[in-house]
Design a protein around this ligand. Sequence first.
Ligand SMILES: Nc1nc2c(c(=O)[nH]1)N[C@H]1C(S)=C(S)[C@@H](COP(=O)(O)OP(=O)(O)OC[C@H]3O[C@@H](n4cnc5c(=O)[nH]c(N)nc54)[C@H](O)[C@@H]3O)O[C@H]1N2
Ligand SMILES: Nc1nc2c(c(=O)[nH]1)N[C@H]1C(S)=C(S)[C@@H](COP(=O)(O)OP(=O)(O)OC[C@H]3O[C@@H](n4cnc5c(=O)[nH]c(N)nc54)[C@H](O)[C@@H]3O)O[C@H]1N2
Ligand code: SF4
Ligand SMILES: [Mo]
Length: 743
Amino acid sequence: MNADSTGTTQTHCPYCALQCGMGLRPEAGEPGGLRVVERTAFPVNRGALCGKGRTAPAVLSSRVRLTEPLIRRASGRLEPATWEEALDRVAEGLAGTRERHGADAVGVFGGGGLTNEKAYTLGKFARLVLNTSQIDYNGRFCMSSAAAAGTKAFGVDRGLPFPLADIPRTGCVILVGSNPADTMPPALRYFTELKENGGTLIVIDPRRTRTAEQADLHLAPRPGTDLALALGLLHLVVAEGRTDEEFIAARTSGWPEARAAAMAHWPELVERITGVPVPQLRRVVQMFCDADTSMVLTARGPEQQAKGTDTVGAWINLCLATGRAGRPLSGYGCLTGQGNGQGGREHGQKADQLPGYRMLADAAARAHVAGVWGVDPDSLPAPGRSAYELLDALGRDTPDGVRALLLMASNPVVSAPRAAHVEERMRSLDFLAVCDVVLSESALLADVVLPVTQWAEETGTMTNLEGRVLLRQQAAQPPAECRSDLVVMHELAARLGWDKGFPTDPEEIFEELRRASAGGKADYSGITYRRIREEDGVFWPCPETPAHRDGEASGDPSADHSAAPHPGTPRMFLDRFHTPDGRARFVPVTHRPAAEEPTGEYPVLLTTGRVLAQYQSGAQTRLVDELNKAAPGPFVQLHPQLAERLGAVEGEELAVISRRGRAVAPARISRDIRPDTVFMPFHWPGAGRANTVTNPALDPTSRMPEFKVCAVRVERVSAVTAEAGLSVQSAVSGADSAVTHAR
Ligand SMILES: Nc1nc2c(c(=O)[nH]1)N[C@H]1C(S)=C(S)[C@@H](COP(=O)(O)OP(=O)(O)OC[C@H]3O[C@@H](n4cnc5c(=O)[nH]c(N)nc54)[C@H](O)[C@@H]3O)O[C@H]1N2
Ligand SMILES: Nc1nc2c(c(=O)[nH]1)N[C@H]1C(S)=C(S)[C@@H](COP(=O)(O)OP(=O)(O)OC[C@H]3O[C@@H](n4cnc5c(=O)[nH]c(N)nc54)[C@H](O)[C@@H]3O)O[C@H]1N2
Ligand code: SF4
Ligand SMILES: [Mo]
């Protein structure tokens, strides 16, 4: 296949957006028949892997892996079937719904873990074969707020506009709601090197995480108040004369309005809203502005809020006002999450987008992509609903209801907000088809389940959190009855009247993607599989230079071979931003409360997130013994003060109850969290499913749900007393001082 002389294939981890490089070598007796070998030459992780990456081959040979198609029979059970029968059934299910209720009654839900080739093909499949507008994907739950804010301010959304390797060389980094010690362990090195080089690290998180432990300064705001915090910092920047007027005049627009909005956020007011004392706010401004260069990096903490777009906008404003953007070693970046969190949002599985980060509502974009696809631009559907809105519309018996769904690479029964409602919507579908590698909680609801090949069994490109396009290379043979998502789409397209246009060879698809993306914001046209192999990845935008194209494709002697291929763009915005006038745009924003604030009935805040040893809905990592030992199940992290008021002891079952439902998990008592807040990881289904409780309130721009804050009541399962609810109130009133001064 792709192995070198030692039998090792260079590839990448199946999980997060760091996309750590690894080598895989066949070896009998190893889990999955593959030994994981260090790939020290790959610059992002230099050989380091976290436990999830190291154990990933075990999922290849897991006993509970799907190895044959399943169809729900008259018995009501999922039973084995042939591929022919299963594909016929899916084609019938989708086409039948369309005939009865129209094209928009058929929905598609994709995933940010899909390769670029798959994400591209899925978007094309939805728009052409199904002709539906109803496609979106789980990336909406991930980085859509940062994407929206980045697009507003800079004119383009690339998570990090610089390589991770720049981090240790800057002067100060503010890490907002990001816990790389658990979510991207090999990347923690960049922050420890920053400190070794004399730089400072500030972490903003309502919990004292393992990342916060590394910080020179840790701020623990109330969940959902990051917008006020950023505005308060900008107020101080202005008040203390730390703005960079030259930069503002030369490279930005909209400062007066943004400045006026920030000035309404007095430090004392911000202290009241966030619980962060004014001296700490001043200290942040000092550390950030004293450094010659500095960065703000956000992750899901501030982004997964019903005001996530404005919140990220406020942090970007802070960078712009202080001249910390569009300059070497300074800037704003978002640490994207899923394996292809970046590429997955660029090539057309998002409700409003076409490949190359073109917009579906833009006539010129439609014309370009329709040209590549060989169809009439008018035949392309309009933009559709966002992820939660799509899930909420499933099975609805209304003219705009979505009655059949093709689900590829997501497990919303565990990972969507207000999950019991989403599960109920999925159960009421006329037809559900799921492509997965395991029988996930969502696949269990399906009428047809198609078993697909996994990362190490197939080739395709991924774009990591730096915008670096990478090549995952096939290193193993899949089980006989597993097929690639690309084959599934090819076969379904053929059954639905599209003999052409849906190839199964990833490189052939990538060649088409290059053309479709050419001239778009995320321009991949200068990138080839060969270049990625030779250069350890290529950063987009990377347009194809004419001479390069002619010379390569035709060997035409008249072509100008002196022009080198475009080198790719590791660092963006150094000369100009991606807006029409080249200036970054300040966006005026003001603070507003979370969609749910604490009340007498629901006096505590719930926030949710991740633990080191489990990945997302856990569908894959819950199959690995080593990971289950490290993280066996859900828990409720709470402060001793809150535990004492509840009378709760370590390990006892607690119920966390919101207006949407109730989750039960053991108490984990810790001083590392604010007393007014509890934390639950969201990796498990069943009684401990955190998303039973979470709030689907959406950000008006990004349509991101508010995973990071909702109001709850916490009760002991064994001894629910009327008193408990009351005494919790007094526990939370002293919350700010307890967490900010405890250490
Ligand atoms: N082990 C592991 N690693 C992963 C994943 C995984 O599931 N498991 N998933 C991958 C994916 S898809 C993603 S998106 C990334 C996510 O990576 P991160 O964003 O680092 O992960 P989270 O745990 O969701 O949230 C980060 C922190 O935000 C804090 N937080 C909660 N509420 C607030 C708030 O209101 N304000 C602020 N400032 N902080 C808050 C939480 O306490 C948490 O420590 O991780 C990727 N890596
Ligand atoms: N409460 C709360 N909820 C959250 C979050 C939070 O912080 N708090 N975070 C949100 C975020 S950031 C994210 S990204 C989502 C993620 O949540 P999900 O979308 O549920 O993500 P995964 O668990 O990775 O689901 C991927 C599924 O696809 C399968 N799969 C893997 N690779 C492939 C492939 O190549 N093809 C196919 N067909 N299937 C494949 C896996 O086996 C798995 O079943 O969760 C969101 N939910
Ligand atoms: S940090 Fe992310 S990419 Fe790297 S090994 Fe762990 S899960 Fe895989
Ligand atoms: Mo994510």
